[in-house]
Design a protein around this ligand. Structure first.
Ligand SMILES: [Zn+2]
Ligand SMILES: [Zn+2]
Length: 80
């Protein structure tokens, strides 16, 4: 038995992947729609153009997801 050369004895490694992150739309406060100007009519809501009606907008920084990949050479033991 010696230290696994593939994972350097760690038994695996972290794989970083990125996926889009979202925040509440500042234009509509998360409602997805905005009131049209000064109208008392409740039907005057239109879909928010900032978030296209979803209430959320994508952040400029994607979310980083860490996934532990178990070394297949030593099956996570770190020893070869
Ligand atoms: Zn919005
Ligand atoms: Zn290994």
């Amino acid at each position: 038995m010696s230290t696994c050369t593939r994972c350097d004895g760690d038994g695996g490694w972290n794989e970083i992947s990125e996926e889009p992150d979202y925040k509440t739309c500042p234009s509509c406060d998360g409602y997805g729609k905005v009131d049209t100007a000064n109208s008392p009519d409740y039907d005057a809501f239109i879909p928010c153009t900032g978030c296209e009606g979803s209430g959320e907008v994508e952040k400029s920084q994607p979310k980083k997801i860490k996934t532990w990949i178990e070394c297949e050479k030593c099956q996570g033991t770190g020893k070869d």
